[in-house]
Design a protein around this ligand. Structure first.
Ligand code: ADP
Length: 330
């Protein structure tokens, strides 16, 4: 009888790195990777600073105890970085050499779609690589869930609730800029959760006059005394939007940019649990011989897809949620 998956593949060392923007829950994924390695008699190597650390062989041996109590910590114990050099053929070659020199038979990379492209290059160059989606933006098409999204949304909701207390007292309009890079998934989720009057996202074609200004005027007429407008950072010119709102409605308006606070904090239960499952899944996939795969969450299941296929997919905004948020934000 096969006692562990590793008897099939005989992997000796698996590396793990975090890359691109950090996200709460990455530590829980690292812990799961390391502990799953231990359970299968595989050594685990942590690579510092994403692909930069891979190029420089900047690594640390990890065992079950080195990842004690990190599940609840935000950020990433392995640090993260962006590395332009890795995108060049020479940089990639240095990364491949480094894996060979370090005896890394399999690699788990945690990050966004840039990180996936790096994983794809490594897999094409013969290094068994599996990627895990870690980004607060939830902008990865192949998966309905990315590690960090839930914590970031909850952090933002908490901040907007606090803002709303003071803004309501002064009968002001709050314009709140939230993260999400080029996508509006995070803004939409925050917007529906705080009961925003309007949610401005790069993907939507809102008629500003009708869907925002008129809505506020109507709300005022119906004795609504406070309006929350959520603006995704990808829309740009949040100050300009606030100025226009003030000029056209006459209601005092204040802008708050939540910024990097959304990337920090203790991960929620959902992020910890999902990251743990994805980390475990990634190692089992490597042990089964998987490479050039991305772990994803689809139809309420942790599963995996080919990275080439995953990167070719496009993620649109959830139109239904957008319609609900618009209709009830009156
Ligand atoms: P994220 O992973 O959050 O999307 P980035 O887009 O900044 O963040 O990508 C993280 C890193 O992944 C980059 O700094 C680079 O080292 C690597 N990377 C991104 N795109 C590619 C690519 N086309 N080929 C190889 N590596 C890439």
């Amino acid at each position: 009888m096969i006692e562990s998956l590793n008897e099939i593949k005989k992997m000796r060392r698996i590396g793990v790195l975090t890359s691109g923007g950090d996200a709460p829950g990455m530590n829980a994924a690292i812990r799961a990777v390391v502990r799953t390695c231990m359970a299968n008699d595989v050594k685990a190597v942590g690579i510092h600073n994403g692909y930069q650390g891979l190029i420089n062989s900047d690594v640390v041996e990890l065992d079950a105890r080195s990842v004690n109590r990190i599940t609840g910590e935000g950020g990433t114990i392995l640090y993260t970085a962006r590395c332009e050099e890795f995108k060049t053929p020479e940089g990639l070659q240095r990364g491949v050499q480094s894996c060979k020199y370090l005896g890394i038979d399999g690699l788990v990379t945690i990050g966004g779609d840039g990180t996936f492209r790096g994983a794809q290059s490594l897999a094409n160059a013969g290094i068994n690589t599996v990627a895990i989606p870690g980004t607060i933006d939830n902008d990865i098409a192949c998966t309905s869930y990315t590690i960090g999204f839930d914590t970031a949304a909850n952090t933002a909701i908490d901040a907007v609730d606090k803002l709303a207390d003071t803004m309501r007292s002064h009968q002001r309009t709050s314009v709140v800029e939230v993260m999400g890079r080029h996508a509006g998934h995070l803004a939409l989720y925050i917007g529906i959760s705080v009961g925003a009057t309007a949610i401005l996202v790069p993907e939507s074609k809102l008629d500003f006059e009708k869907d925002v200004i008129e809505k506020i005027r109507e709300g005022r007429y119906n004795n609504k005394n406070h309006f929350i407008i959520i603006v995704a950072e990808g829309v740009g010119d949040t100050m300009g939007i606030a100025d226009r709102l003030y000029k056209e409605t006459g209601i005092e308006t204040r802008v708050t940019t939540l910024g990097h606070v959304q990337r920090g904090g203790r991960p929620t239960a959902r992020d910890r649990a999902m990251a743990s499952r994805m980390g475990h899944y990634a190692v089992e996939l490597l042990l089964k011989g998987g490479t050039n795969r991305v772990v994803c969450y689809r139809e309420s299941k942790v599963t995996d897809l080919d990275i080439n296929e995953a990167l070719a997919m496009h993620k649109g905004l959830d139109e239904y949620t957008f319609r609900v948020a618009s209709e009830i934000g009156i």
